[in-house]
Design a protein around this ligand. Structure first.
Ligand SMILES: [Zn+2]
Length: 477
């Protein structure tokens, strides 16, 4: 049996188990850092498949590493399983119908992501065993992708340092190896403390924390002209100093987000913001406290590994949908705005822009074959896979799991991540990653991993991984 058929059959043989686990994670949606049941379900599945599991890694109770085999190469597959607040929705219902009012829901499909990645790791484990191949396969149970930077904590703890390659995927609207760079994104809070006073009878006794915020913002808004063009900064008031204009505000605070195409520029802008905050405090006679939050490094796709993923995607082939899938997809599409396909990246479809736009408009499910397109584009989004890509050569694949045009983090997404549309995507992802990783274990000379490492060294230019937040910031639970 060839490698493709081995991996595809291995996953198909356990499809009921994988679908069952993804449904149970969906049925118990858990928020970032609190994914106790979801994490335990995946740990049990991997233990039953012969993996050794180490849980509670990197100071996160729901983070774990499952391992099989020994020696080189060491290949990691990442899986997520956190849900989103307020996204509860009845499965396959095509109007807004929360199961739990304001409850969490799998509106990013991480129930599929975690299970599909674990299925890939299990297939690879069977492949290396039955071919007596050397090496180690690891599955990383990664909590808190949604805003919590779980993988950044894991990177900071050095959990990826001995990997030769890392892989992941994400539920998507199309099938494509992920040749996209994503932005670094970091944030910080600036809290000013002044002195309250009566604004009419003794304002000279007061020191305004609100003035400090406003002066900081003025400085930052002037700074916009003098930051790299690819960088962006955004701010929001966390506390605008109260509601009474006749009291000099004693306390006020801001949250800033700094984005840039590389983590060094984002960190540099944050440090200039710290100076602006200190300046504002000096001018106003207030004190400033800076609180750091989690952040993401920029994501760098490793080209040789992404190319290998492309080969796997081509060999596995497109997803076959049936009439029931199309019927649900047509109803979901009808619930979305008419222009819902306008923003979809077309570059990785193998079509030109107008053909791709037409395809997205006239097709509700992506039934085209995936292929490697040798073009790197930039996306404004960020992910904690960025931190992984700064530790080890990394590749990802996007796999269709929902109706074309469905925005991430919407009830329409939750409605589809327990449907056969989502489940077909999950099994497809497991096959693509499983086959790609099996090819690395087959490459006993390590030629692919050598070129992947070379590309990684070029990207890193002698830099080593830098976590965007300080060692004193610990996971919240
Ligand atoms: Zn996601």
């Amino acid at each position: 049996m060839n490698t493709r058929d081995f991996i595809v059959n291995d996953i198909e043989n356990s499809r009921d188990t994988y679908i069952g686990v993804s449904c149970r994670i969906w049925d118990h949606p858990e928020l970032a850092f609190h994914e106790d049941k979801s994490s335990a379900l995946l740990q049990d599945m991997l233990k039953n498949a012969g993996f050794t599991v180490k849980a509670g890694v990197a100071d996160m109770t729901t983070a774990f590493v499952a391992e099989y085999g020994s020696g080189s190469p060491v290949i990691g597959i990442m899986g997520e399983f956190d849900a989103l607040p307020g996204m509860s929705q009845r499965s396959e219902s095509v109007e807004r119908e929360p199961l739990v009012e304001n409850g969490p829901g799998h509106a990013c499909g991480h129930n599929l992501l975690g299970t599909g990645s674990a299925a890939a790791a299990i297939a690879v484990r069977h492949y290396i065993e039955s071919n007596s191949l050397k090496g180690t396969i690891r599955f990383y149970g990664c909590p808190a992708e949604e805003g919590g930077s779980g993988k950044a904590y894991m990177a900071r703890a050095g959990l990826f340092h001995d990997l030769d390659a890392a892989f992941s995927w994400h539920p998507s609207r199309y099938l494509s190896p992920w040749m996209v760079r994503m932005n670094a994104c970091i944030s910080a809070e600036f809290w000013f403390e002044g002195i309250a006073a009566h604004a009419a009878s003794a304002p000279w006794m007061g020191r305004s924390a609100l003035d400090a915020c406003e002066i900081m913002n003025i400085g930052m808004n002037y700074m916009r002209e003098h930051i790299p063009e690819h960088a962006k900064l955004h701010y929001a008031y966390l506390n605008a100093g109260g509601t009474a204009p006749n009291i000099v505000p004693e306390s006020a605070g801001l949250r800033y987000i700094f984005r840039a195409s590389n983590v060094e520029d984002a960190l540099d802008i944050r440090s200039r913001a710290e100076d602006a905050a200190k300046g504002a405090a000096l001018i106003t006679g207030t004190k400033v406290t800076i609180k750091y939050s989690e952040g993401y490094a920029d994501y760098m796709p490793n080209i040789p590994l992404t190319k290998l993923m492309g080969k796997a995607v081509e060999e596995v082939g497109p997803i076959a949908y049936d009439e029931k899938d199309y019927e649900l997809a047509r109803k979901i599409r009808a619930s979305l705005p008419e222009n819902c396909t306008n923003n979809i990246m077309w570059q990785y479809t193998g079509l030109n822009e107008s053909e791709a736009r037409e395809y997205f408009k006239t097709h509700v499910l992506y039934d085209r074959p995936g292929k490697f397109i040798d073009t790197v584009c930039n996306a404004p989004a960020s992910s904690d896979m960025g931190d992984v890509s700064h530790c080890v050569p990394t590749a990802q694949v996007e796999v269709p799991c929902y109706t074309i045009g469905t925005p991430n983090h919407t009830w329409q997404m939750t409605a589809q991540t327990r449907s056969t549309i989502g489940q077909k995507g999950m099994l497809e992802a497991a096959k693509c990653i499983g086959l790609c990783v099996a090819k690395l274990f087959e490459d006993t000379d390590g030629e692919i991993l050598k070129s992947a490492r070379q590309e990684f060294d070029t990207q890193m230019q002698g830099r080593s991984y830098v976590c965007t937040f300080p060692d004193t910031l610990m996971p919240p639970r």
